[in-house]
Design a binder for this molecule. Structure first.
Ligand code: ATP
Length: 319
């Protein structure tokens, strides 16, 4: 969906989800597991994407398709090219060669904020919340699609005052959903690492994206907030959105992914369901090692919320 300032709705789309698909997780059962395999209903298709830094080929992806309405994990060892690939898809870096599309439309040469408005939004490994702005101000900026390009319009406030009200209303709804409403007027710089991740995710939703790309959402997040973040990611899929995330936390990958894509040395080397990829001896040898077998404990929602709040309070006391 094209998410500009006039479209502030948050209506779930009718795209397939893991719940309603008769063909298994997000329609992916039966999809081929060879690297670059065709998907039944891809939202993103990328071809022959390369990115070199000096003599180093950081990304060399022949073909990849991301299934609409699914949660896809992008995993691989350090330096495999995952973040660089994210940067390329979202316009934050330019490839040496290659083409890629969102909803069938080319994104080559399109600026990041325009890509965000077209429905593809990302978060960063090191969060990019603006420390000297308040939480609500960060959220309002999210409505512009990852760029403060609307600042130029400040003198014409009378023209967009109503839109601003709608933006603020939407921001407040999201802050409540992400349990950040009590932090509304605090500087983002005063938030804990986990809260910043929540704020980034909430801010990404301001443009009502079809595809949310999360770069290591669990890094540096305490266990209770992790559970909360997992719940939020799952709820994105329930709303019909597509999620692509980079993560080293294999518990998270196993717990929420419909599909896993493995990168190594810039290339896609394996694809499949979490179970099949994690049972693949080559993937275990190259990447997973011995720590791929623990399950996340299930917490009921009430316990979870209480724990999140307790941990937030604890972190605040520690400041
Ligand atoms: N701006 C840059 N300049 C030079 N080299 C870079 C740059 N960005 C990335 N690289 C190199 O490209 C390779 C891929 O890096 P990238 O950060 O994409 O890997 P990654 O899979 O995301 O790793 P990690 O899991 O550690 O985040 C690495 O060798 C890295 O050093």
């Amino acid at each position: 969906m094209d998410a500009d300032m006039t479209d502030q709705t948050n209506t779930p789309t009718s795209t397939p989800t893991s719940k309603d698909s008769k063909t298994g997780p997000a329609g992916l059962v039966g999809a081929g597991t060879e690297p670059g395999s065709k998907k039944p209903d891809p939202i993103v298709v990328a071809d022959k994407i390369t990115r070199t830094f000096g003599g180093l080929t950081a990304v060399d992806v022949e073909h990849v398709e991301i299934q609409r309405g699914a949660i896809t994990a992008l995993i691989g060892p350090n330096g495999a090219g995952k973040t660089t690939f994210f940067n390329l898809l979202t316009g934050f870096d330019q490839p040496n060669s290659g083409t890629w599309t969102l909803e069938g439309k080319s994104l080559k040469g399109v600026a990041p904020y325009k890509i965000a408005r077209r429905g593809m939004v990302r978060t960063f490994q090191l969060t990019k919340v603006l420390a000297k702005l308040t939480v609500i101000e960060n959220m309002r900026l999210g409505a512009t699609g990852q760029k403060g390009e609307r600042f130029w319009a400040a003198p014409f406030k009378f023209l967009w005052g109503k839109q601003e009200d709608a933006v603020t209303e939407k921001a407040d709804e999201l802050l409540a959903r992400f349990l950040l409403d009590k932090k509304r007027e605090d500087f983002a710089g005063s938030l804990s690492g986990g809260q910043r991740k929540l704020l980034e995710m909430a801010r990404a939703l301001m443009v009502d994206p079809e595809l949310v790309m999360l770069d290591e959402p669990m890094a540096g997040v305490n266990p209770a907030l992790k559970q909360s973040l997992l719940g939020h990611v799952k709820s994105l899929r329930e709303e019909g959105r597509t999620v692509l995330f980079v993560e080293h936390d294999m518990d998270m990958v196993r717990d929420i992914s419909d599909w896993v894509i493995v990168m190594a040395q810039g290339k896609i080397v394996a694809e499949g369901t979490p179970a099949s990829v994690m049972a693949d001896q080559r993937v275990i040898d190259a990447y997973l090692g011995a720590h791929h077998d623990t399950d996340l404990s299930e917490l009921d929602e009430e316990t979870l919320e209480a724990e999140v709040e307790a941990e937030i309070a604890q972190e605040e006391d520690a400041k």
